[in-house]
Design a protein around this ligand. Sequence first.
Ligand code: MN
Length: 576
Amino acid sequence: MSIQSLLKKMEEQKRSREDIELINKAYDFSLRAHQGQKRKSGEPYIIHPLTTAYRIAEMRLDSKTIAAAFLHDVLEDYPEKEKELKKEFGEEISFLVEGVTKLNKIKYRGAERSAESLRKMFLAIGEDIRIVLLKLTDRLHNVETLQYLPPEKQKRIAQETMDIYAPLAYRLGMENLSGELEDLCFPFVYPREHEWLVGITRQRRDKWSRLIQKMKPILAEELMREKIKFLSINSRVKHYYSIYKKLHKFDMDIAKITDLVAMRVIVPSVDDCYAALGVVHKLWPPVPGKIKDYIALPKPNGYQSLHTTVFTKGDGLVEIQMRTPEMHEEAEYGIAAHWAYAEQKREKRKLYAHNISSFLDQKKFSWLRQIREWQKEVKNPDEFLESLKIDFFQSRIFVLSPKGDVVDLPEGSTPVDFAFHIHTDIGQSAQGAKVNNKMVPLHHQLKTGDMVEILTQKGKKPSSDWLKFVKSSEARRKISSILKKMEENKNFAKQSGENMEIKLSVRNRVGMLRDISSVFARQKNSIKNISMETKNRIHPVVVIQTSFKNRRELEKIMVKLKEIKGVEEAEYKISH
Ligand code: MN
């Protein structure tokens, strides 16, 4: 990978002179910033931002995003460069770089729940989809070079990629990227299963590839005879990890997987897809129930194509897929490609015009809104909506604890909401807060991606003012209940604590009064008067006159008194 190949790609894409200048500038900046730094592989560091930038260009994202790809690790490694970055590249590129840096702070602890909230957080932080795409391409190169990391790190990153990044890529319609990520991580997460699968599929893959090579010219000739234009006939090899997942549905019987290798026909239009399907079936009869029309009924993530599985004479079953270039691009680049085409249609441009940039250039671009638009066109919106849970996360924010745990809170939440979510004790003793390492008032409104740290003080109590700004019902409920208790204690002390009478019904024994007195002494409470009534009673009654500072002190003493051997009953009342 070199800067020349990226610049060549950009020229092919007919990007403007300014764009090329910007990319050169970002490249130089990155080169200088990472000077002397090496990747774990021993390569110069620049290879990593360069690879990321190249892939962003391949997706035909705007040039600002390509620039951000060059700069995406600068702030992570050199936070002091923030000002310089802003000065040199402006708000928008800095915003993208900061977004990626924020996403790096998230740690994944391997629990199912945390996987889900992490995915949501990704989507929320990526209020700009470009940040998510940058992070996905960054991760792709990182897992491509996993072998250079220590084993423990390999495992953690591979697992995180499988749980978070690959499903996210899939949901965004980037099936191919998703499959690549999974396949790169598969040997690190399930080494034995991977080895086994590679072993049992090798021969079959070879056999199928040869078979498809044989079928290609036959199909090509027939398509030409029928005057159906086609752009290409390829074969695609199914990703290992998706075979592995599929095998679970088939009792791990590899003979039941009929699409290890599939033939892929790219034709100019949707009509051509159906026409080509007819030609295919004329040559080879279809397996009943295996024709899948993902054009009329796209998958929830937007995937479109026609699939069929056919009988070949004597050589077994082969899957054949028909799709248009747009469908192909969309399967490669998902949501990004979709936008490009939506925009092209609006501007009545030719296919393959390079125009995603203008579409994505809008400042403060809310991609959630775009997803909703997109989702309208998907035939199964319920499932799609469910998978993204838009309603849920639009009114939520996602913040981080200093350890990198994700906490989700209602929009407008404050450090106090955060503190009570972590633990009631932290909430009630909150005395100050830091957001992204800067001190903020307790009523400060948190934003998604903020890292929140709570400073506590022992014995500190909540203030009723907090109720005026907290947003979560959890914090509200806890604060109210603590305030109520505090109020009760105050009233208790004022009205009744002064004069309290405790009556104990006892089976008298030697040392009884001494034991009772010592309970009070241990709690540092002094008895004003103690007496024993024995007249006309089965059990004598000990009457104690005392006072309490608060209800808690009273309750503690009552518990201790009941524990004394021979004490049958204990009660208290306010004496006047
Ligand atoms: Mn990186």
